[in-house]
Design a protein around this ligand. Structure first.
Ligand code: C2O
Ligand code: CU
Ligand code: CU
Length: 485
């Protein structure tokens, strides 16, 4: 499975797709003559959220305005309904930043509820983290100010993080992507490869197009509380099954964010390997070929895909994955789900683009000197036997030390672990050493599984959350507080 990935200084991964070529949609073949020339010749239905405009003209300074408010949005095409949206769109606008930027985000809460904005995965001061400790009241505003550290180029996201109501706020439309790029374009080893952002989410809707969020204490709410909220509608950037156009031989980079409250995606494209180039905290040292990738909620993956033979199509799917407790496992859990179509255009093939053999240097965290080894036990809704208490500190760590945390799941469903503020490296999973080094801020802990991670507390003292990233579990209190000092 973890097959050798680098054969020479430049690998040409030949992914021409003889298998899994779908029968073209009715009329697809017949229309060929009208699909002859130019990049627009193969219909692309894929859309990306708008990019949030920087209002500062100063180099290296980014100033953004972000407002959460009830808005009319077509979450279901043709059925505008009231959603809760950042700047009126679902997903919210994409925040584009560069390493070294000084960023101020002027946030306004026009919801009738308390909220926060959490910048998931960013390494920034505790006061700017948007944790439940810093609520923004209805009608209130908050400036989030931080600097983007060097070496953190990658794919992140933002979402509300109020105490106990995060699931509802995300379900009603509050989530968006945040991309950090290297300071210079030339520092991106994948510069020149077309870059796409895919925010995966799922939802349930009423007939009028509004979000179907269960009443408190209803039977649905009990299933959600156990499983985490899932929806029957799977969305990529807020749309069902969009199509991306790619030229024969062309490589494209897909930055994929799992913004679902609870659904875990097992990504695969039948008949081809995925070229896995990055995870939560950016690129790996080298690309890896994988048959499939498990993406737990809040995790990110970056992959490269290649156009096949002209006029062919393949589908990015989520294969069945049993993360559930047997009592509340949905009946259709074992069905593969289609996410996105990749349409190879009928344009003349481009010379097959090469995947760089080396992406960037990543140092493994040195674990020779470890200040503390901790065990974090996940049971259903609890961490180390306790529910979250905003006034309690659960773990105290020293600045400038390295720790090893073993996260143990003692129950029969998966719980993804997430730590705020500090990226970590996975050491092993159930004793199996992680075969490569990568920066993570979330990691799935499968039923009855154990994952060990190394964390370095270099800077940013303060209080930080760690929790299960199934949002319903987080709301129920499957969260603890780390004090770094
Ligand atoms: Cu995605 Cu505590 O966060
Ligand atoms: Cu976070
Ligand atoms: Cu959980």
């Amino acid at each position: 499975m973890r097959s050798g990935q680098v054969r020479s200084s430049h690998v040409t991964l030949t992914l021409f797709l003889a298998v899994a070529v779908l029968s073209a949609a009715p009329g697809g073949g017949a229309n060929r003559s009208s699909l002859q020339t130019g990049p627009a010749s193969t219909a692309e239905t894929f859309t990306s959220p708008p990019v949030l405009q920087n209002t500062s003209a100063k180099p290296g300074v980014v100033e953004l305005d972000l407002t959460a408010a009830p808005s009319r949005v077509e979450m279901v095409p043709g059925k505008p309904a009231t959603a809760w949206a950042y700047n009126g769109t679902v997903p919210g606008p994409t925040i584009e930043l560069h390493e070294g930027d000084t960023v101020t985000i002027h946030f306004h809460n026009k919801l009738a509820q308390t909220t926060t904005v959490h910048w998931h995965g960013l390494h920034i001061p505790a006061g700017a983290d948007g944790s439940p400790l810093n609520p923004v009241l209805p009608g209130g505003s908050q400036d989030y100010t931080f600097k983007i550290p060097a070496g953190t180029a990658g794919t992140y996201w933002y979402h509300p993080h109020p105490d106990m109501t995060t699931t509802e706020q995300v379900a009603k439309g509050l989530y968006g992507a945040l991309v950090v790029r290297p300071a210079q374009v030339a520092d991106d080893p994948l510069a020149g490869i077309r870059d796409r952002l895919l925010i995966l989410s799922d939802n349930r809707f009423k007939a009028d197009g509004s979000v179907d969020f269960p009443e408190h204490m209803s039977p649905d709410s009990h299933v959600d509380a156990e499983n985490g909220r899932e929806g029957d509608v799977l969305l990529v950037n807020g749309r069902t099954m969009p199509a991306i156009s790619i030229r024969p031989g062309e490589l494209q980079r897909l930055r994929i964010i799992n913004a679902s409250a609870a659904r875990i995606y097992r990504l695969a494209i039948a008949g081809q390997k995925l070229v896995h180039v990055g995870s939560d905290g950016g690129l790996f040292a080298a690309p890896r070929e994988e048959n499939e990738l498990l993406v737990a909620n809040s995790e990110r993956v970056e992959i490269l895909v290649r156009g096949g033979a002209p006029g062919t199509r393949v589908v990015l799917q989520s294969l069945p994955y049993d993360r559930y407790d047997p009592h509340t496992r949905p009946a259709d859990w074992n069905q593969p789900r289609d996410l996105l179509e990749l349409r190879t255009s009928t344009d003349a093939p481009v010379a097959p683009m090469t995947v760089p053999a080396a992406l960037r240097a990543i140092q493994a965290i040195d674990t020779k000197l470890v200040a503390a080894r901790r065990t974090i036990v996940f049971s259903q809704g609890l961490i180390n036997g306790k529910a979250m208490d905003m006034k309690r500190v659960d773990v105290t760590s020293r600045l400038n030390t390295t720790e090893i945390w073993q996260v143990e799941n003692v129950v029969a469903m998966d719980h993804p672990f997430h730590l705020h503020g500090f990226r970590f490296q996975v050491i092993d999973r159930d004793g199996v050493p992680e075969p490569y080094v990568s920066w993570k801020d979330s990691v799935n802990v499968p039923k009855h599984g154990k994952v060990r991670v190394a964390i370095r507390f270099e800077d940013f003292p303060g209080k930080w959350m760690f929790h299960c990233h199934i949002l319903d579990h987080e709301d129920m209190g499957m969260m603890g507080i780390l004090l770094v000092r």
